[in-house]
Design a protein around this ligand. Structure first.
Ligand code: GLA
Length: 784
């Protein structure tokens, strides 16, 4: 239950499991009292920071109060030039040329539901009872500027979103050089700062660091939310682990340059500000205008990182995702990219589609290369004329054929980019983002279109919409394959361009996809270069990474899972050896990892052996039975003592069943005594735990087959090569019944193969081996 009161200008924001307490102090500054486990209004005096003595070397705010120094106080907002020397949430160039600003309380308003923003996507509440909003209105002490601090409380998701809005009534323009969405000051508890960092094909790797005095900035400067540093940031108590301890999570509903500064002050207070990156940012606000910041999302859990993630996952499932696909199971797709790259014809596509259909694939996706002169990544972006040499009856014809096979049809677009070798560039070079007098820097041989320009936005909306309306397309992959550079626009000042680009992108997505809610939108930016809450307001899933190696994917999917639920992560089974790592992995492991996401296949099915076809068919059929749990269930990570193992777990909300993936990275000799612990079950219920049947290829054993067979065969001989195409060995069959309590405590698994003999129940894992396990509630026998 949420409870807010205005008594004594004290505000308690309650969610089911957290409380946030703040007050307006005697100087009109909003002071932070508490964020974390539930407390009551009556605790305010105890929680308040005590001011008894002045410190030396301080700037005092009020002449007659030697203890009131802004630098020492936990605040909800701050200004510049009045004695708070920590990182500021706002920097304004004021009409008198100064930067000093001081915002003080004017009035507060409570309203049911979420408030929403006029220019930016944000979280929403379908029923007004699902959220409550507190707006604190402050005013600048000298200039006619009003600042709103907006807090929306989502009680069941244990989330509070915050944003700030600036409104000017000043006759002269004000320049906003920095404006954050939120500021939070917490007493330090020895926190670790946890971020998700990476690059192309190595997105969202987790990094932990101790907080040290000074400021650490997690930011993106590439124009997108970036694969360098995801906007999600965590603060964890020293003893916090996956299932226990205090963890705070912060994220931003924004897809552009983001910025989160975490500062440990000399008074041992932690300040977290987050918002739009001030880099190259300068926004002119004239009289009567308003500037909105993106919503920052805050959560807290005393149940460790998993608890924090559950709050975020619920929030995304209920308050961010939209459209017909919001809560619908995602179809199993096949994407033709890694099978064909640019080299395809209608015939080739249909051959692949027929094979896919036989395996149980539900959605066939045509990737890059279907338009203009797009036969390589040097040409064609910006054009929408279908390449009739490749597709003689166009996209419509292909979609009809795919539909006739009994599959849905999906299509790739990269609407934000342009090749100089394109009809669009020849006709409208001014649409591209480039600086007059400078040779533009290319990324993947392309420039970006200037989405701040309304004519560009109209061009994209008209062309994409017309294709979507001509053919039966129920899925779109919206790609964006470069960082931003050469930022210049004839239509807006350079200081506004990064942000106006993102506003333009949101407008385009809004105009194309809101009227077409039947389309499942998967956003992509060279993989996970734009994996953020802003994109999730439009796209129900995001391609997590171009890296589909399952061992690499463990780190990537695990990293994203801190903030984003598995259903939002596109995850594909691709070929082995893997194209980026040259690593060979069993087909079972490729599936066992990709199953914890929106599953797809992305490989040339013609290259598979009959036994691999059979295995994929079984994988897809199994996935369809349990996908609701895998996609929408409660997802758990594990913190295992062994560094060569990892586990993903998804539990159905009613605890009736669960699916678990146990993966071994590099095998270590004799590493056999594995224990499986299943979290989140009903301790008193009885469950059956079963290993999902899988096979391991004979080729994996080479000459070692002599351990398994009564006779010796040459490892590279004709018989084994032929047998390998049609036969494989059962891998790790396992089944038992036990209580939820025993499963939580840990069930011992069978041994792994260690060359001492063969048993049909052995786990034949080796390097990169893995197994899926299903846990199902045992039906109690009816009494006779
Ligand atoms: C990007 C995407 C890939 C694929 C190619 C097509 O790299 O991440 O999945 O769509 O573009 O050019």
């Amino acid at each position: 239950m949420q409870y807010i009161t205005q008594a004594e200008k004290l505000f308690l924001l309650r969610t089911d499991e957290t409380a946030y307490l703040l007050l307006i102090n005697e100087y009109g500054h909003p002071e932070h009292l508490h964020y974390g486990t539930p407390v009551a209004l009556a605790d305010a005096a105890a929680l308040r920071y005590k001011r008894t003595m002045p410190y030396g070397a301080e700037v005092l705010y009020a002449e007659d109060d030697p203890t009131y120094c802004l630098d020492n106080l936990p605040l909800e907002w701050s200004g510049i030039g009045k004695g708070d020397f920590r990182v500021s949430p706002i920097e304004l160039e004021l009409p008198d040329g100064s930067y000093t600003c001081d915002f003080v309380f004017q009035f507060a308003k409570l309203q049911p539901g979420a408030r929403g923003a006029a220019t930016l996507p944000g979280a929403y509440a379908e029923e007004s009872a699902d959220a409550e909003t507190l707006v604190l209105t402050l005013k600048e002490k000298v200039f006619a500027l009003q600042l709103e601090l907006i807090y929306t409380v989502y009680p069941h998701e244990n989330v509070i979103t915050r944003s700030s809005v600036l409104h000017s009534q000043e006759a002269s323009p004000v320049r906003i050089r920095r404006m954050m969405s939120q500021l939070l000051d917490l007493p330090n508890d020895g926190y670790r700062l946890v971020t998700l960092d990476g690059d192309w094909i190595q997105e969202a790797h987790r990094h932990d660091r101790a907080l040290m005095p000074g400021c650490f900035v997690n930011e993106s400067t590439t124009g997108n939310s970036s694969n360098r540093h995801n906007p999600g940031v965590m603060l964890a108590a020293p003893t916090a682990c996956e299932d226990s301890g205090n963890v705070y999570g912060f994220n931003l509903i924004y897809s552009g340059n983001h910025y989160t500064a975490v500062e440990l002050s000399p008074r041992n207070m932690v300040r977290i500000v987050s918002g739009i990156n001030p880099l190259c940012f300068c926004w002119q606000l004239v009289q009567g205008e308003t500037f909105e910041t993106p919503e920052a999302v805050l959560t807290f859990s005393s149940h460790g990182f998993n608890g924090m993630s559950h709050n975020f996952h619920e929030f995304i499932l209920h308050r961010i995702l939209r459209g017909d696909w919001k809560a619908k199971d995602r179809p199993v797709l096949l994407n033709n990219w890694e099978a064909h790259f640019f080299d395809f014809t209608r015939r080739k596509l249909l051959r692949l589609a027929r094979r896919a259909k036989k395996l149980g694939v539900e959605l066939f996706v045509l990737d890059d290369g279907w338009f203009g002169a797009r036969n390589s990544d040097h040409a064609g972006l910006g054009d929408y004329t279908v390449n009739r040499k490749k597709l003689r009856d166009g996209i419509e014809g292909l979609a009809q054929r795919i539909n006739a096979l009994g599959m849905q049809f999906g299509l790739w677009f990269e609407p934000e980019s342009i090749n100089t070798d394109s009809e669009l560039y020849r006709n409208h070079p001014e649409y591209a983002m480039q600086l007059p007098g400078r040779t533009p820097a290319l990324g993947r041989n392309q420039l970006l279109l200037n989405l701040a320009n309304p004519a560009v936005r109209d061009y994209i909306v008209e062309n994409v919409s017309s294709i979507l309306d001509r053919a039966n397309i129920t899925y779109v992959k919206w790609d964006m394959n470069r960082h931003m550079s050469d930022m210049y626009s004839a239509v807006c000042p350079a200081g506004e361009l990064y942000h106006r680009y993102i506003l333009g992108l949101y407008e385009v997505l809004e105009r194309i996809f809101r009227p077409r809610p039947h389309i499942l939108l998967e956003s992509c930016a060279s993989g996970g270069n734009r994996f953020d809450l802003g994109m999730l307001c439009y796209s129900q899933q995001i391609w997590a990474s171009d890296n589909t190696d399952p061992i690499e994917r463990l780190k990537i999917q695990k990293g994203f899972s801190y903030f984003y639920p598995p259903v939002c992560m596109g995850a594909h089974v691709s070929q082995s050896p893997h194209q980026q790592t040259l690593r060979s992995t069993p087909l079972s492991t490729r599936f066992n990892v990709a199953a914890f996401g929106a599953l797809g296949y992305e490989l040339d099915l013609a290259e598979l052996s009959p036994i691999e076809h059979r295995q994929i068919k079984e994988q897809i059929s199994f996935y369809k039975q349990v996908r609701h749990t895998l996609q929408f269930g409660r997802f758990y990570r594990y913190q295992l003592p062994e560094t060569n193992k990892d586990v993903f777990l998804a539990v159905a909300p009613d605890q009736s069943h669960a699916v678990l993936s146990f993966v071994q990275t590099l095998a270590t000799a004799g590493d056999s005594n594995d224990v499986l612990r299943v979290k989140g079950l009903d301790a008193n219920a009885c469950y059956r735990l079963t290993a999902v049947p899988q096979k391991v290829s004979l080729a994996r054993f080479g000459g070692l087959l002599k351990h398994i067979m009564p006779f010796t065969l040459r490892a590279d001989g004709f018989i084994l090569r032929t047998a390998n195409r049609v036969h494989a060995l059962p891998d790790g069959p396992f089944s038992l019944c036990t209580s939820g309590a025993a499963l939580q405590s840990g069930v011992g698994l069978n041994d792994q193969f260690i060359g001492t003999g063969y048993h049909k129940d052995l786990r034949l894992w080796g390097d990169f081996g893995s197994q899926l396990y299903v846990v199902e509630l045992e039906q109690e026998e009816e009494a006779e």
